[in-house]
Design a protein around this ligand. Sequence first.
Ligand code: UD1
Ligand code: CA
Length: 467
Amino acid sequence: MTDARPAAVVVLAAGEGTRMRSATPKVLHELAGRSMLGHVVATARALAPEHLVVVVGHAREQVAAHLAGLDAEARPVVQEPQNGTGHAVRVALDGLDHLEGTVVVLLGDAPLLTADAVRVLVAEHERAGAATTLLSSLVDDPTGYGRVLRDAEGQVLRVVEHKDATDEERAVREVATGVYAFAAGPLREALGRLSTDNAQGEEYLPDVVGLHRAAGLRLHAVTAPAAETGGVNDRVQLAAAARLLRDRLLQQHMRAGVAVVDPETTWVDADVVLAPDCTLLPGVQLHAGTTVATGAVVGPDSTLRATRVGEGARVVRSHVDGAEVGPGATVGPFTYLRPGTVLGEGAKAGAFVEVKASEVGAGSKVPHLSYVGDAVIGDRTNIGAGTIVFNYDGRQKHRTRIGSDAKVGGHNSLVAPVEVGDGAYTGAGTVVREDVPPGALAVSENTQRTIEGWVAQKRPAATPGES
Ligand code: UD1
Ligand code: CA
């Protein structure tokens, strides 16, 4: 494969995407944790073009702002009004006067295309010395796509849009994917001659194919699998594309040594890093920014976002967002870890525990039914069942410090800001409002009174054995 860099890659992203029926511009809808535009711009960037131009129009401020976050070097060009894909490319080239070489056009709503497929397109285009090389696919249901019409010798004649096609043309299952490689000069020349005399009253980019053929220029076609070229026009197609991408990403991970027990119920975003020999059990969703180290097991039924899971750690049936789970640490079942949570090596956040912006030191345990907010807990400390570390006094959040080797009794309330020293103990049910020095025991005054015979006297009907 050649490394030929295209002179320009033009990404079309100006359309409204009415078929999505959404207030969000179509190219900003996400799959695998990235916008469609994000996927396409990543593909474009991988080709290392001299110019990367993105045509924006509908909701242009929003799309351009998103683009700036994706790729600071990509240049947005405004198409107003949005008068078709051919018009869009014409507008994109307006600012590139002396462009020579290969121009690649990608669609903002075709997010599955790989850089490798486009490299093949460019290499074939340049090898053939073609004016236009189109990327086509054979599909089972070509509805909505432009059809590739060929002559008796199999040479490409032109592309006809679905809405303009006859029934006979609609029966053709070879579709134009909307992705092309063009020679800059002939492209510019043909774009100046596009008509709007068609079903949509727009300047169609695919008409360049027919114009080049009529001018006797060389045409070429490269075919790619439909799983890479599908366009997304509505939410049904978005979900289908997301499944295809999910399968592709999981296959890459499995080939790299990740155990995915049930690929059908496992979703891993594009920006997730998985080490060999980690295991994903059924029902796991790993969102952008998550990393899982070797030997760690995640699942079943867990959702992790922007979370680092250390070597040999275990996350069971939990929701984890913006946390760090140390090596050998255990989380779950039914645990909620919120941003800023750091579990040290071998630490535990057990069943029905919520932790927010807190450090739980190495070997420390919060085993059952607790809330820990804005706290720092040292090493090897145990937090008794049902303990709440309050962080909010109704006006402000405060921090709590609990030292190492401490034992906080069951059902304690720690009212921040408060400190429990190293090695200190607190009795069951203690309300800790004042600092507990290292090595001390704190107990609350909640003395139990026992009244002998109270039930027989006050609740005679309920006396055991007398019902
Ligand atoms: C287009 C192609 C069709 C191809 C299909 C592949 C045309 C006329 N048709 O049809 O041959 O089979 O893609 O998915 O090109 N856009 C602009 N400015 C515009 C109009 C569209 O930037 O004025 C952008 C859209 O944002 C979108 C892309 O171009 O990202 C394609 O437009 P869309 O309206 O979705 O075209 P299709 O009907 O899917
Ligand atoms: Ca489309």
